[in-house]
Design a protein around this ligand. Structure first.
Ligand code: 13P
Length: 248
């Protein structure tokens, strides 16, 4: 039995003070929910205030990226120990926006994921095909490649995967529950190839891409969909909490 996991990817939105008040709102709405793991992933600059706001609640804190080196001359980067020191427990890795705009590759995803695992942070590793890849019959190959290369050589038992079809992100065009389930099952088969079925059956696979209160329940009731990675709808307490409640 996998515990559902719903995370808000705030992307480049909210100042530190806005973050604190959004988390206050989320906390009220999700208080007492124990069978869905709830995570907010604000920008780095918000993390300290966000940690204070999350303290003592069932809302956990995630970051949106991590560097693979422990420290050193890497201007603009943030290490695992810096995140842990602030109370961060989860980290998004390999989001398609980072792959598209910031040169993220399967190889750097692998290094970041290793750094997170070594530090005891839970990586939310994003995979997903573009519309061009789907239309070109490449969906399976892309998702399998990203999954295998991103996780190569790592202990996958502590990893969470987020399947985010790029064509569904911020477009309002959600994958149908059947489309999403098909890919989630493919990812789980790929995880089984890597680490065996028993381990693969314990790994949570989130869906992301225009998940909203009105489609969350149907998506999360699919056998291999174990939660959501939420963008736009995570920026308001009521819509984010409604998605969490859809997973209860
Ligand atoms: P939207 O929910 O805004 O489509 O974004 C999804 C996403 O990219 C989450 O990481």
């Amino acid at each position: 039995m996998r515990t559902k996991i719903v995370a808000g990817n705030w992307k480049m939105n909210k100042t530190a003070s806005e973050a604190a008040s959004l988390i206050e709102g989320i906390k009220k709405e999700v208080a007492g929910i124990t069978n869905v793991e709830v995570i907010v992933c604000p920008p780095f600059t918000d993390l300290k205030d966000a940690a204070a706001a999350c303290a003592g609640s069932n809302v956990k804190l995630g970051a949106q990226n991590i560097h693979w080196e422990a420290n050193g001359a890497y201007t603009g980067e943030i290490s695992a120990s810096m995140l842990k020191d602030l109370g961060v427990t989860h980290v998004i890795i390999g989001h398609s926006e980072r792959r598209q705009y910031f040169g993220e590759t399967d190889e750097t995803v692998n290094k970041r994921t290793k750094a997170a695992l070594d530090a005891g942070l839970v990586p939310l590793v994003c995979v997903g095909e573009t519309l061009q890849e789907r239309d070109g019959g490449q969906m399976e190959a892309v998702v399998i490649r990203q999954t295998k290369a991103g996780l190569a050589g790592l202990d996958i038992s502590k990893v969470v995967i987020a399947y985010e079809p790029v064509w569904a992100i911020g477009t309002g065009r959600t994958a149908t529950p059947e489309q999403a389930q098909e890919v989630h099952a493919l990812i789980r088969r790929t995880l089984a190839e890597i680490a065996g079925k028993a381990v693969a059956d314990t790994v949570r696979i989130q869906y992301g891409g225009s998940m909203k209160p009105d489609n969350a329940k149907e998506l999360m009731s699919q056998p291999d969909i174990d939660g959501g990675l939420i963008g736009g709808a995570a920026l308001k307490a009521d819509t984010f909490a409604a998605i969490v409640k859809a997973g209860v």
